[in-house]
Ligand binder design. Structure first.
Ligand code: ADP
Ligand code: MG
Length: 349
């Protein structure tokens, strides 16, 4: 049955809305009524009042065929990733994860042993990041596997970092390097196509360990928060990089009511990704800007904190914050200035 009747007026196909426009529309009439709800929809986590701390809560769903392909995703890695991506949202608020609930919808095609594998990855991530699995839900699915994880965390009130705190002249900083996860996905998809055409050919994944690990079994950016804490830096704003650097920079711009300016030549790319991108004739900057799934952090700091991080290779200054009236810009390596868009940058403007 097609639930969209073309003859009826006022029926809008979902495809005409982007994800963020859809969320805005569905949630715009909801107002928080409890005074403990400090932040509802609109950041990486919801924030709830609790004595000296804030409680953080976030949820993320992974759907087979949309977020993962089981023909090349080991279930153990998938379990690990499902926890890692949720921890990343807690990190984006400068928080520490504490508990998760895990809900799965699963079809008969899975064996108990396969689900054991999934849960062994979940356990590994929970142990590594000191998180308790405290519940969930299990149900059947007529199509693929769905994994929905909700995570709780906490942060000292003085350390909470929203998307909305960036100030004009702040520096824009990213952790680690970008683009590798998307590159890993390209490799896996390419090998899958080759295998489909000729099942006797073994996949050639040699030399791509880093990109594949970043795609299949990402680590959340927890270690960087420890370093920031040791340096006594509380970012003025922060977001995790799940959808690509450009999209996340635009979220900070919108929430903080500022402009952002990104410099192409500053964007950190791992050397193995640089080399392979050249070989494949692909642009690694496009991977960083709009590839997604890097699970690094993008944050802003006051210029007075510059000296504290300038020598630390964990952090790279990729741009700065401007007045909102200046818009969002991307300075290409040749010095030309362009409009920054969610997909990357607009070469015509
Ligand atoms: P992230 O990429 O950090 O996981 P999202 O872009 O998925 O965040 O979501 C942005 C905001 O919208 C978050 O505050 C999230 O909780 C909220 N949100 C997303 N989907 C829904 C929904 N279906 N109903 C209510 N709130 C939602
Ligand atoms: Mg997020």
């Amino acid at each position: 049955m097609n639930i969209i009747d073309d003859n009826k007026p006022n029926i809008t196909p979902i495809s005409s809305f982007g994800e963020f426009k859809l969320i805005d529309r569905l949630t715009k009439n909801f107002k928080c009524q409890n005074k403990q709800t400090i932040m509802g929809i609109g950041d990486d986590c919801a924030v709830l009042e609790e004595k000296d701390n804030f409680k953080l809560i976030s949820t993320d769903m992974l759907v087979e065929g949309v977020h993962f392909d089981l023909s090349y995703t080991p279930l153990k890695h998938l379990g690990y990733k499902s926890i890692a991506v949720n921890i990343s949202d807690i990190c984006a608020m400068n928080g520490v994860p504490t508990q998760v609930t895990v809900s799965i919808a699963v079809s008969n095609r899975f064996s108990v042993e396969a689900l054991d594998e999934l849960y062994s990855g979940i356990k590994l991530a929970c142990e590594k990041y000191n998180i308790d699995l405290v519940g969930g839900d299990t149900t059947s699915s007529l199509s693929g596997l769905v994994i929905s994880v909700s995570i709780l965390g906490q942060v000292k009130k003085s350390k909470i970092t929203y998307r909305k705190g960036a100030n004009v002249n702040d520096l824009l900083v990213v952790t680690g390097d970008l683009g590798a996860a998307y590159f890993g996905l390209q490799i896996l998809q390419r090998e899958k196509e080759i295998f489909k055409d000729n099942p006797t050919i073994q996949p050639d994944l040699t030399g791509h360990d880093y990109a594949l690990q970043r795609q299949l079994r990402p680590e959340p950016p927890s270690k960087y928060l420890k370093i920031l804490d040791e340096l006594s830096i509380v970012p003025t704003s922060m977001i995790d990089i799940s959808d690509g650097l450009s999209s996340e920079a635009l979220h900070i711009s919108k929430s903080s009511k500022v402009g952002v300016c990104l410099h192409e030549e500053k964007i950190p790319i791992d050397y193995t990704v640089m080399n392979m991108a050249a070989e494949f004739k692909l642009n690694p900057i496009a991977f960083a800007l709009s590839g997604g799934e890097d699970y690094e952090l993008l944050f802003t700091i006051s210029q007075k904190d510059y000296d504290k991080i300038k020598k630390d290779p964990d952090f790279t200054i990729v741009g700065y914050v401007t007045d909102m009236s200046e818009g969002n810009s991307f300075i290409a390596s040749d010095g030309s200035s362009h409009k920054l868009t969610a997909q990357g940058w607009d070469s015509t403007k």
